[in-house]
Structure formats: C-alpha cells, structure tokens
Design a protein around this ligand. Structure first.
Ligand SMILES: [Zn+2]
Length: 191
C-alpha cells in the first residue's frame, strides 16, 4: 500500500505541473511597461464598425465578475501615447492577415519600433499595441474577437482551454466573456 500511495502522489504532482490554473503569459511575463491603471485606447476610422465590440471588450476586462483587477480603460480621440490602437484591414491590404484570421495584435516600444516581429508574441515589456481586425472575416465582428485581442495586448498568451477567452479559435471556444483564469493572469502580471 505504501508503494501505491507514492505512485499516486507522483502522478498528481506531474499533472499539476502541466495544468495551468491561469491563462499563460508570454516569455518573461512580457506586459505593458506602464501598467493598465490608465489604459487609453484609440479606435481609428478604419475600425469604426467595431466600436460596439471594442467598448464591450473594454467594459468586460474592467468588470469581469471575478473580483477586482487594476484595469481602467478610457477611449481617446488620438493615438498619442495610447496603450491600444484599433485598426481594420483586409488580407489584400495587410499581408499579415489571412482569410482565416479574425484579427491580430502587435507590440511596440515607445520609439515606434516593434518589440517582436508581427508574427511573434513579445519576450519583453512593451509600451503600446496595435490591434488589426480583418473586415473580410465575419469572425472579426464576433464580440469575442475584440476581447481576445485585448487580452493579447494586456499580456495574455493563448490557452488551450475552451473555457478561456484566450482559446486560439472561435470555433472551439465555449465562452463569450473574460473568465476567472483570464482575470487571474491580469492580477498576476500587474499587481
Ligand atoms: Zn490569439
């Protein structure tokens, strides 16, 4: 019986080391280098068709239903010193979009250079982000897309958990709002 007990203990420890309690972060916990307590965002004219989705996403990240977090969002009318700028494009005008992409997020230093190439997530802290919505993809109008891309902007990586807003595809995502696992990562990164 003693050997059996040891076996089960080892099994549990092994499983817990691969099971995320929170949505994963990027390498080095890369995040906004000035926090999220005064998070200003700008919606370019090209993305005006997403105004409701973006304001809904901002409200959801502020008030997740899972307790306090430090996010405070303010929409502003220019992209000067903002945290997040929203644009829209099509695969014809933006080579980083494909027909199957609903949107993507890029990460920038304060001197307007990219922190990481547009096809990669950041590995160190960043000053602002740009979010591009694909107007040719109906999934980009899904209210979850703006919430998901905003999660990337905050520093949340993809999570292979259908009950996270950071699940990599809309098709397999079973939720429509920010979840406890997503909320907890905000507090882990910014508190
Ligand atoms: Zn994503």
């Amino acid at each position: 019986m003693k050997k059996l007990f040891i076996f089960f203990t080892t099994l549990v420890l092994t499983l817990s080391s691969v099971t995320f309690a929170m949505t994963p972060t990027y390498t080095n916990d890369a995040k906004f280098n000035r926090g999220v307590g005064n998070c200003c965002y700008y919606v370019d004219g090209s993305a005006s068709g997403y105004a409701n989705q973006i304001s809904s996403a901002a409200n959801n990240w502020e008030v997740t239903g899972y307790g306090w977090n430090p996010i405070y969002m303010t929409e502003v009318s220019s992209n000067y010193a903002t945290h997040m700028d929203f644009y829209s494009a099509t695969p014809a005008t933006d080579s980083y979009l494909s027909n199957s992409t609903a949107g993507y997020t890029t990460f920038w230093n304060s001197n307007s250079t990219l922190v990481a190439s547009k096809t990669n997530f950041p590995t160190y802290d960043y000053f602002y982000t740009e979010i591009i919505m694909n107007t040719n993809n109906s999934g980009s109008y899904d209210y979850r897309t703006a919430k998901h891309e905003m999660g990337h902007a905050f520093g949340l990586n993809h999570y292979e958990n259908s009950y996270s807003i950071m699940f990599p595809s809309l098709a397999g995502m079973y939720v429509s709002t920010v979840q406890q696992c997503d909320h907890d990562t905000i507090n882990y990164l910014y508190n």
